[in-house]
Ligand binder design. Structure first.
Ligand code: RAT
Ligand code: ZN
Length: 410
């Protein structure tokens, strides 16, 4: 059997990865039938919260309230001027906008956004979804569905014909966070709950979870947790909700739970969505959950670089843990490279290398263009080390390996 030569390994892996239609396991993009919750277009792209954080660093005298009072278009113009015209746009979030523009044939050197706006006026949501999926090489995305969201819920309640490329995921932190904040909405939706986490409340929440998993055809449930999350913890409302409602429902339905841990919400409230920071996780809590719910698959992503090494080690001990993606502040080339190498070394092919976290449809293009390149580099390096031992590698081996990691069905 003739194997691939070491000198052509990078080109071969890059080509195969480029030609493979991937699955994106965590996004904030939506079936276009859900209407305004699907964000797309140049103004959304340029006002991505990663760039909002950056514009305040470029213009420290800018007042938060004044910025939020501006129209989206004015905010986008300001960000374009500050971060793309007055300075070289070299941050990863800026580079992302340029990658999208380049892929769409828009001018990344433009002095304003008029040309880009005219391009988007010509697009329809459905047609643009097709274009973006094609340009990103994505075949399926998992959404982030929140029944507490007044913009999203009515679409589901009304019902619509699903686009099968968009998979449902029930997101639970907006329901659980600062309990009992959400009980008004739960009661209005017909669930019998009260502030105390009584048997009645637990049953009511379990029913809510089940009804919404049915309605969404949820493939997994997800929750974002702060670094302070501990399990077990009898004194924590959040832990009680996770333990008594989320996990038992996942066990009953036989679906995975995605734990996204490490965001310290609103350390700077003036920045709104852009105001969150990072903290390390308590890895023992993940180990205890993996032990107590041994038959449930835990998809885990963490926000701090240090915690990612602990997660690799913990994943070696618990076959029901699958690490996924390089989340948010880790979704930067230098860190993706490091984390992906470490995962290959400690876990072989047993992880999901990346998710986009796209909040704006167009971001699928850049997040996947950038990540594909790095993942191909790292895989090629690992294959090259393997070839040095005399072990052979064929194109079909590479294809199989890529499918194992990326052709995820949850
Ligand atoms: O990465 C982000 O854009 C964050 O704002 C969040 O969406 C985070 O990924 C989350 O799902 O909570
Ligand atoms: Zn997200």
């Amino acid at each position: 059997m003739a194997g691939i030569d070491k000198s052509s390994i990078r080109e071969t892996v890059g080509r195969i990865l480029q030609d493979t239609q991937l699955v994106d396991v965590h996004t904030h993009v939506y079936d276009p039938e859900l209407g305004p919750v699907l964000l797309w277009g140049i103004d959304e792209l340029v006002t991505y919260h990663y760039l909002i954080a950056e514009v305040f660093r470029a213009r420290p005298e800018l007042d938060y309230d004044k910025f939020w009072a501006m129209s989206k278009q004015d905010q986008a113009d300001l960000i374009w001027q500050e971060l793309f015209v007055k300075r070289s746009p070299i941050s990863e979030a800026c580079r992302g906008v340029l990658t999208v523009m380049h892929a769409l044939g828009l001018d990344p050197n433009a002095s304003d956004l008029k040309g880009a706006r005219s391009f988007f006026k010509e697009q329809t949501a459905r047609g643009y979804v097709d274009k973006v999926f094609k340009l990103s090489g994505i075949k399926k995305v998992y959404m982030t569905n929140d029944p507490m969201d007044d913009m999203e819920r009515p679409g589901w309640e009304k019902g619509f014909e699903r686009d099968e490329r968009f998979m449902g995921v029930l997101r639970l932190d907006p329901t659980f966070m600062e309990w009992p904040k959400s009980i008004g909405k739960l009661q209005a939706m017909g669930y019998d709950v009260e502030p105390a986490l009584s048997g009645k409340t637990i049953a009511g929440i379990r029913k809510y979870i089940n009804d919404w998993c049915d309605r969404l055809d949820a493939r997994y449930m997800a929750i974002s947790l702060p670094p302070t999350f501990r399990y077990p913890d009898k004194n924590s409302t959040m832990t009680t909700l996770v333990e008594k409602t989320l996990f038992p429902s996942a066990v009953e339905r036989g679906i995975p739970v995605a734990l996204m841990i490490g965001a310290r919400r609103l350390v700077n409230p003036g920045l709104r969505l852009a105001g969150d920071a990072v903290g390390k996780v308590n890895i023992e809590s993940i180990e205890r959950l993996a032990t107590d719910f041994a038959d449930t698959r835990l998809l885990v992503t963490l926000l701090s670089r240090e915690s990612m090494h602990e997660l690799c080690v913990t994943s070696r001990k618990f076959k029901n843990i699958t690490p996924f993606g390089c989340w948010w502040f880790l979704n930067n080339p230098s860190l993706i490279r490091e984390i992906t190498s470490m995962r290959f070394e400690l876990l072989g092919l047993g992880f999901i290398p990346q998710h986009s976290d796209a909040r704006v449809l167009d971001q699928l293009i850049y997040k996947w263009t950038h990540s594909r390149r790095i993942i191909a580099d790292v895989m090629a390096e690992k294959y090259a080390d393997m070839l040095d031992t005399g072990r052979l590698l064929t194109e079909s081996d590479i294809k199989k390996d890529i499918d194992l990691m990326f052709d995820v069905t949850l």
